[in-house]
Design a binder for this molecule. Sequence first.
Ligand SMILES: C[S@@+](CC[C@H](N)C(=O)[O-])C[C@H]1O[C@@H](n2cnc3c(N)ncnc32)[C@H](O)[C@@H]1O
Length: 414
Amino acid sequence: MVVAAIRFLLASDALVALALPLTILLICWRHIPWPTYTDIKDFILLGRRPKRVRASYFSLERAFRSYEQYAQLSAKEVGQMRRSYNTLTRANTNLGNKIGYSKKLGRLHDVTSMNAVITNAIVGLALEEFQELETVHLVDVGLADLGRVREALKHFIRDWSTEGEVERTRIFKPILELLKEVNEEERGNLKVLVPGCGLGRLAWEISELGFETTANELSFFMTLAFRFLLSPTTTTTPNEHSLRPYSHWFSHQRTNDSLFRRLPFPDVVPRLGPKLHLLEQDFLTIPAPPSLSWDKATPASASEGGYDYIVTLFFIDTSLDVFTTMRHIYNLLRPGGIWINLGPLLWTGGGQAKVELSLDEVLKAAEEIGFFISNETEGPTARRTVECEYTGDRNAMMRWIYRAEFWVGHKSKA
Ligand SMILES: C[S@@+](CC[C@H](N)C(=O)[O-])C[C@H]1O[C@@H](n2cnc3c(N)ncnc32)[C@H](O)[C@@H]1O
């Protein structure tokens, strides 16, 4: 029976008729991005679809849509790379194929689908945690948004994997050493704010020392990813997830195995609790005490006289007005409170940042605002330069080294 059917297929035109659509399907699968859940929903809702919204750079809607489109946008980019490759002369395409370049593009496509397991899970969790996303989601996202998603994926590794341990220890150490000077019994009564906390590892480390810590972050690209680790729905055990975070950048790689390497995370599982809070808003909108508008229900609030410590890591230079940022740090601290900073001065150029200061100028401005910057030359409060990286690939042929500055600023007690 089966043999007869095969004979029939071979003898008739049925095979030829099937071959063409099957080939097209196969090519589409490899090279054309598949529609997402939202695309299908939009298609079905045609005519009564919600309006497209203009979402700000770091908004929930934009971040959500960008995670959702990660696979699609990445596949588009792979398609572009393949088209570019196909413009080589025949001899050079043959050479490329011989060394496996075409397969490498296929591998990039496959690896992106593996990373999408994480981005899709982030999307699923966001849908559960933010009901408003069911109705407001039509945001046009592009390559800049894809870049922000990739940045957050690299942060999973820098902040929450053993692979990232060397990099993060270098920058966390001066901060944590200073905080460890505080008596363990006192720590529970002290409030620490970490503005621009990214994926929250430093804030978590500080909370583990016993301080009441508030991680603050404006960008939902970061907090949706952080929530993915914080939620028992998505993360329960160490190293249960993995990513290939460096695969999208072919430059400076020694081998393709290194480029596409799989890295497990998280090395530990973080949770919010009495010692760790997440404040998802613009740091500049956190009210300074005394403030009648401060929400008393918010934990670790500044309502009882301000934070004891504010820790800024790779943060102040992201500000478009660093004067206002430093004034706000000052206002949020209680009298006698301490500002700990570690970071470079990578200003947003092209006139976007209102001022782009040198280190000298930043420190002078801080003193004008009222900080006393510790001038000790030894010990945990000593000002110093820390050579460090930021989400670097330790196997790569290129290293971007910051000579970041660490300083401690005291607000006067009066
Ligand atoms: C260069 S990243 C550093 C992140 C983190 N501190 C680290 O070292 O991994 C700066 C972070 O600050 C956040 N940020 C910038 N301006 C902010 C603001 N006004 N309020 C809260 N977060 C802000 C950005 O979204 C970004 O996540």
